[in-house]
Design a protein around this ligand. Structure first.
Ligand code: PBG
Length: 348
C-alpha cells in the first residue's frame, strides 16, 4: 500500500525510534587498529600525510595498545619500519625483527589483545616491491620486444624486471612462522603472490602453529589510495608499480576468484582492500562467501577525510562514523581503520 497509508518518516521521528529500527551497528571490538613500529625508544613521529597517525617505537606502541584496549578495541595489526633493508627482506623474518620485538612486548604487557601481523616484503626490501625482484638485462628485454614485433621506437612493451612469484613464497612463509613464534595471533599476508596462503598454511602447520589463523588480503587492488601508507611505512617501490601482482581496480569477478582460491588454500578470514571505493566488492564477497570478512579503510581514505575536515569542508566526526558504518553495511564483519581508537571513543 502506498502513501498515505505508508509513511516511512514515522520511524524517523525521534532518535529512540531511529535507534530501534537501525539495521547496522558499529562496535569497538569489530575495529582493528594498525600500528607502524619503528626502532628506538620514546619515539612518536607523526606521519606527514596522515595527521594523528604515528611511527611508534616498541615502548610507545605498548602504551598505544593499552589505550586501544581500554576503549574496547581489542585487535591491532603491526607494520614494521626496519633498521635496514636488503634484497631478501631479512628484517621481515629475522628473529629480532622490529615487528617480532613489538609483538613480544605487546603480548607480554597486554593480556587479551589480538595481535595481527601484516606479512609483506615491501617494507623490508631495498627496492620496495612485495616480492623478490629479478632484473632483466636491457639487451634481454630488447630482444624479447623485437621478437614480439614491437616497433623499435615504441616505448618498452615489457618490464625490465619481474617480481618472482614462487621464490617469494619461501620468504613469506618464513616471515609468517617467525611472526607466529614471536606471539602474533593472526597472520595477515598482503603481498598478493599466487599461492601464498597455501604456502604459509603449510609452513605454519609444519612449525606447530596449526591453530594460528590466516587473514588473507584476498582482494587487494592496485590502488592510488595507498599513497600515504607508503610514506608511513617507507615502502614505496623504487621503480615501477605493483600492477603485476595487485589487482586491477576494474575487476570484481576476478576479485571473487582471488577470494575463492585463498579460501581453498586455507584462509580463515578474507579481506577486501581498499574499503569505501570497493563497497560493491565487499557486498559481493559477503553474499558469496561465509567466512568472516574484513575490509581495510586505507591510508588514502583516512587522509582524504582529514584533509577535507581541516579545510572545514566536512564534519570530521560525522564523516568518519558514516564511512565506517557504510563499510559495515556493505557487509564487512571487521574493519581495519586508523580511526579505531577515536571511533571507539565516540561509540562509548
Ligand atoms: C603492504 C601493504 C600496503 C598496505 C597494507 N599493506 C601498501 C601497499 O600495498 O602498497 C596499505 C595500507 C594503507 O594504505 O593504509 N604491501
Amino acid at each position: 500500500m502506498a502513501f498515505p497509508a505508508n509513511r516511512l518518516r514515522r520511524l524517523r521521528r525521534t532518535e529512540t525510534l531511529r535507534t530501534l529500527v537501525r539495521e547496522t551497528r558499529l562496535t569497538p571490538e569489530s575495529l582493528v587498529y594498525p600500528l607502524f613500529i619503528c626502532p628506538g625508544t620514546g619515539i612518536r613521529k607523526e606521519v606527514r600525510s596522515m595527521p594523528g597517525v604515528f611511527n611508534l617505537s616498541v615502548d610507545e606502541a605498548v602504551h598505544e595498545v593499552r589505550e586501544a584496549c581500554a576503549l574496547g578495541v581489542l585487535s591491532i595489526i603491526l607494520f614494521g619500519l626496519p633498521e635496514k633493508k636488503d634484497e631478501v627482506a631479512t628484517g621481515a623474518w629475522a628473529e629480532d625483527g622490529i615487528v617480532q620485538r613489538a609483538a613480544r612486548a605487546i603480548k607480554s604487557a597486554v593480556r587479551d589483545v589480538v595481535v595481527m601481523g601484516d606479512v609483506c616484503l615491501c617494507e623490508y626490501m631495498s627496492h620496495g616491491h612485495c616480492g623478490i625482484v629479478k632484473e632483466r638485462t636491457k639487451d634481454n628485454a630488447k630482444a624479447e620486444r623485437q621478437s614480439l614485433g614491437a616497433a623499435a621506437a615504441a616505448p618498452p612493451a615489457i618490464a625490465e624486471y619481474e617480481i618472482l612469484n614462487d621464490a617469494s613464497l619461501e620468504l613469506l612463509a618464513r616471515t609468517s612462522v617467525s611472526l607466529a613464534r614471536s606471539g602474533v595471533d593472526i597472520i595477515a599476508p598482503s603481498d598478493m603472490m599466487d599461492g601464498r596462503v597455501g604456502a604459509i598454511r603449510t609452513a605454519l602447520d609444519g612449525a606447530g602453529f596449526e591453530n594460528t589463523p590466516i587473514l588473507s588480503y584476498a582482494a587487494k587492488f592496485s590502488s592510488g589510495f595507498y599513497g600515504p601508507f607508503r610514506e608511513a611505512a617507507d615502502s614505496a617501490p623504487q621503480f615501477g608499480d605493483r600492477r603485476s601482482y595487485q589487482m586491477d581496480p576494474a575487476n570484481i569477478r576476478e576479485a571473487m576468484r582471488e577470494i575463492e582460491l585463498d579460501i581453498e588454500e586455507g584462509a580463515d578470514i578474507i579481506m577486501v582492500k581498499p574499503a569505501m571505493p570497493y563497497l560493491d566488492v565487499i557486498a559481493a564477497a559477503r553474499h558469496r562467501f561465509d567466512l568472516p570478512l574484513a575490509a581495510y579503510q586505507v591510508s588514502g581514505e583516512y587522509a582524504m577525510i582529514e584533509a577535507a575536515a581541516r579545510n572545514q569542508w566536512i564534519d570530521r566526526e560525522r564523516v568518519m562514523m558514516e564511512s565506517l558504518l557504510s563499510i559495515r553495511r556493505a557487509g564487512a564483519s571487521m574493519i581495519l581503520t586508523y580511526y579505531a581508537k577515536e571511533a571507539a571513543r565516540l561509540l562509548a
